[in-house]
Design a protein around this ligand. Structure first.
Ligand code: IDP
Ligand code: MG
Length: 174
């Protein structure tokens, strides 16, 4: 049995542990991520690519049908500089110049989405990179063409989502 003094010590240690966890979480993930986690919410970044823009209505409807919320969105012509950041993992690939041409060929829609477990669920909704092998009910299966021209982007992981949201929404309040 713990005496009163020990019990008080245990309470102090527990409180300090909880506060430290929150502070460390905020340092690592940022306060917004920690706050979202306490609400069990998650955010992801979507880009309706130039070829997907004619299906923007249908894509937005599919997003609502999944129960996701569009927290913010804007239209933009992307430039090579931001694409070099966004597709940094592909910069040495032979198809990179074509990817830049494609992504700068017309306006895109950039969306900040929120929902339960949304990073994984949104990737499921859009389907695999290659539209040719994507299931017909996925957005890439419905609206994309191949592994290059595939209508829509979705962050590939929670870590990627945090970085991409910062990249595309840092100057906006949301
Ligand atoms: P993801 O969009 O499914 O996450 P990534 O490998 O991150 O796939 O590639 C980013 C984008 O680059 C793809 O969505 C597609 O537009 C393009 N891409 C990827 N692989 C190829 C390829 O082998 N040939 C041409 N374009 C590609
Ligand atoms: Mg990717």
């Amino acid at each position: 049995m713990l005496n009163n003094k020990d019990q008080t010590l245990v309470e102090y240690v527990s409180i300090i542990a909880i506060i430290s966890t929150v502070i460390i979480g905020m340092l690592f993930y940022g306060w917004k991520e920690v706050w979202m986690k306490t609400k069990n919410k998650e955010r992801t970044l979507a880009i309706v690519k130039p070829d997907g823009m004619v299906y923007l209505d249908e894509i937005i409807e599919a997003i609502y049908n999944e129960g996701f919320t569009i927290k913010d969105f804007y239209l933009k012509y992307l430039d090579k500089e931001i694409l070099k950041e966004h597709y940094a993992h592909l910069i040495d690939k032979p198809f990179f110049p074509e990817l830049v041409d494609y992504m700068t060929s017309d306006k895109v829609a950039i969306l900040l989405l929120e929902g339960d477990n949304i990073v994984e669920r949104f990737r499921k909704l859009i389907g695999p990179t290659d539209s040719k092998i994507a299931e017909s009910e996925t957005l890439r299966g419905k609206y994309g063409t191949d592994k290059s021209i595939n209508a829509i982007h979705g962050s590939g992981s929670r870590e990627e989502a945090v970085i991409e949201i910062e990249r595309f929404f840092k100057d906006r309040r949301n």
